[in-house]
Design a protein around this ligand. Structure first.
Ligand SMILES: *[C@@H]1O[C@H](CO)[C@@H](O)[C@H](O)[C@H]1NC(C)=O
Length: 116
């Protein structure tokens, strides 16, 4: 009986930890108030709210444009998809970069690999 309870607890705990998903990747952005070549500058923060790291985080970059270059180690734009941190693990600490365009792009997370 004791062993059964321990196993049950273990299963519950490990399920709790694997409850990480793409929705734990939070993207927030705001206007810096500055302009670059006449375009508004935006600061983007990408944070992983999950207890586990997530790798290969990709964002929807449909139509994404910027007049301010972004370090490829932070964001690699390839067609409609952007890769965050060159696919490296994202922890709780925020990844931060700037871009500059007339309008804000949603940069919605579209896929990631959860590594628990
Ligand atoms: C955006 O995320 C960063 C890093 O987690 C945080 O410091 C900042 O307060 C957030 N801004 C908003 C508007 O939520």
């Amino acid at each position: 009986m004791k062993i059964f309870v321990i196993i049950l607890l273990f299963v519950l705990i490990s399920q709790g930890y694997s409850q990480c998903s793409l929705s734990d990747i939070h993207v927030n952005q705001s206007r810096t108030g500055r302009t670059v070549n006449g375009k508004s500058q935006w600061t983007v923060y990408i944070t992983n709210w999950c207890a586990c790291v997530q790798t290969n985080v990709q964002l929807d970059c449909k139509g994404f444009q910027t007049v301010e270059a972004i370090e490829p180690s932070l964001l690699q734009v390839s067609g409609d998809v952007c890769l965050v941190s060159a696919g490296q693990p994202i922890w709780k600490g925020a990844i931060e970069f700037n871009y500059a365009w007339d309008t804000q792009f949603p940069l919605t997370p579209i896929s990631s690999i959860v590594a628990c």
